[in-house]
Each structure stands twice: as structure tokens, then as C-alpha cells.
Design a protein around this ligand. Sequence first.
Ligand code: SIN
Length: 285
Amino acid sequence: MLNIHPLTGTIGAEVSGVDLTAQLDQTLAGELRAALARHQVLFFEQQFLSIDAQKRLTQAFGPLMQLPYVSPMVGKPEVIRVLKEADEEGGVFGGEWHQDFSFLEHPPAGAVLSALDVPTHGGDTLWINQHAAWENLAPGLQDQLRGRDAMHVGKPYGVKWAPPVAERSGASIQMSRGDPTADVEQRHPAVIRHPVTGCEGMFLNPQYVVRLDGMSETESEPVLANIQRHAMQPEFCCRYRWRAGAVAIWDNLFTQHYAVNDYAGSRREMYRTAFSGPAPRTLAV
Ligand code: SIN
């Protein structure tokens, strides 16, 4: 039987009583989707998913997605191996607050990450509940966002905002960079409504959003920084300590996440898949 224990007062739940390596029946899949809508991130221990099991699990939430710019595993176009070897220096994949590929017209609705090899300490991942952050945002800032679009660009993959070499993730993750089309702005509503819960949340993140519609980058910067500072408050966050065999599933439109880069000298290896869902435009408030 499925047991769901909230991890914090606002976001995340630990789920037990389920074997994710087995075929999920429709009832169980529906329960997991409902739990994800309610808690935004679900965590499962001791699953040790094979790649086929991970793809099957991902499809219980939506069609598998193939992502641009990041090289997938050979022969497995929907699977990214998030690997940092012990001797690799520099940044980590996902080491800034972000929503995956929010600069696409159809960003992933969510993702599944499973842990193969994790450091004895460090390498945690954090998530923000963008609904709780929005509900508690100052009314003046809410007024600035409601009904407005935000402009997203694929900064790490483009030219204009390319990160310094020292901050880039290491050689174990191959990315194509320097694509000027990644710098082209993609507009999305700044506030969206969850299709299941009806709750509103901010679709904004510092990695990909460069400005608010009707404002320059310079004018937007302090407003966006203020909103992000608010969203990062511990009251809206959860932090997950990985163990080998663990699995996380998250809602990519109503959360941000951040991979902590604090495990130099240790190896960390995960499999990552993504599923598609409604475009943010169709969820505009
Ligand atoms: C990511 O998907 O952004 C990486 C998350 C992680 O490795 O913890």
C-alpha cells in the first residue's frame, strides 16, 4: 500500500510501499500523479531502476521527451546520464536555480532522476514550491507579474549569456554550446495555473529568464532578483539527501530546482528522463 509522508510543510513527499521497477497499474499511476500534483516532488528510496524501468515510470506521468543541447546516452535518446567523476572540477549540471529547459516553447512538464552512485555526503538537490512562493509574494510584486509574460533564453547553450568556463559542468556531460538561436527570447506567462489543483504559481527562474515583457533587462533585473530572493526562502524549499537507488520525480512548471556543487573528489551518477505536458501558455492566469 502507498504511504505518502510530506517532507516539509510546503513541498516534497517521501513515498513508500511501491515497487517502481514493476509495471504500474492505472490506479497506482493515477495515485502517483495525484501525489505529484499535491506535493510537487516525490522521493522513493531503494528502487535501483533499470533504464527501461525508469522510462516506463516516466511515461506514467507523460510522454517521454527528448531534450536538446545535452547529449543523451548512446542508443537512448530520452536518457541523460548526469555524471560527475571524482576528479572533475568546475560546475555541476543543474547547479543554478532553474526549471528544466524553460526556454523551449514546450518545456518538460516534469522529470525523473534516479541515483546510481552518490557521494557519502554532499550532492543534495533542492526544490522550491513556486505556488507557495507566489501565494506569499508581496501584493505589489504580484500585480507586476499577473497577466505579464517573461522572456526565457537558453543561456548556457547560446552566445550572449554563455557561462564562464570555470562554472561549466565537466566533460562527463556533453553539451552543444555557442548556438545563437538559443539566445532568441521565448515568452511564457509569468504566472500559471496548475491543471489539476487549480493553484497559481510563478513560472520564473534565474537561469533562463532574462526580463519581463515591457521592461528592459536592466529594469527587470532588480524585480526578478527580489522575487527570486523571496522564492528561495527555506519555508518554500525542500532539500533531498540522495542514497543509491533513490528516485525523485518533480513537477517542472511549478517548482525550481538546484543541484548542490559540494562534493569535489567524489563521484555522482544519476539517470535523468523528462516527460511532456501542457505548454505554459495554455495555463496562463
Ligand atoms: C538537474 O536535473 O538539474 C540536476 C539535478 C541533480 O543532479 O541533482
